[in-house]
Design a protein around this ligand. Structure first.
Ligand code: CMP
Length: 136
């Protein structure tokens, strides 16, 4: 039975700054993800605070929001069978030093903050996050 899902992916400022947009998009395509929508934007810190609201009680929340709003990002809707889990597997562990070979964060991530990509962690959050950036 087919189970096509959509998930939200963000190429974070550290990767955009290093001109990795096309390379990372190519990784997604090679793994069978269709990039349904994509746009390059720069968000305000207040928007990052709203996007990462689930983390508001965490000690890293302020730095995280400052970082996501520090430079241009690419927000994308990815589509594939089981896209939410598939994207999380392809991204690898949150901390690049724990990420497995072949994952995006292992290859491109610099640190737990500058970990190059974000991906929705559940189907429910994917809907919320896609709607956050693509309201049409
Ligand atoms: P992301 O998948 O975008 O979701 C929240 C982000 O918080 C995470 O990637 C990391 O970049 C960042 N972060 C910073 N410190 C931590 C931490 N201790 N645990 C989890 N995430 C962290």
């Amino acid at each position: 039975m087919s189970n096509i899902e959509q998930t939200l992916s963000i190429i974070k400022p550290d990767a955009v700054e290093r001109n990795l947009e096309n390379e990372i998009k190519q990784v997604f395509k090679e793994k069978g993800f269709q990039i349904i929508k994509a746009k390059k934007i720069k968000i305000e810190k207040s928007e990052a605070e709203s996007f990462y609201k689930v983390h508001e009680t965490k000690p890293f929340y302020n730095d995280l929001c400052a970082y996501l709003s520090s430079g241009p990002i690419i927000v994308m809707v990815l589509e594939k069978e089981n896209a939410v889990l598939g994207n999380r597997e392809l991204m690898g562990a949150t901390n690049p030093k724990d990420a497995e070979d072949g994952t995006i964060r292992k290859k491109y991530g610099i640190s737990i903050d500058k970990n190059s990509v974000h991906g929705s962690d559940s189907i429910e959050n994917a809907k919320i996050e896609i709607n956050f950036f693509f309201k049409d």
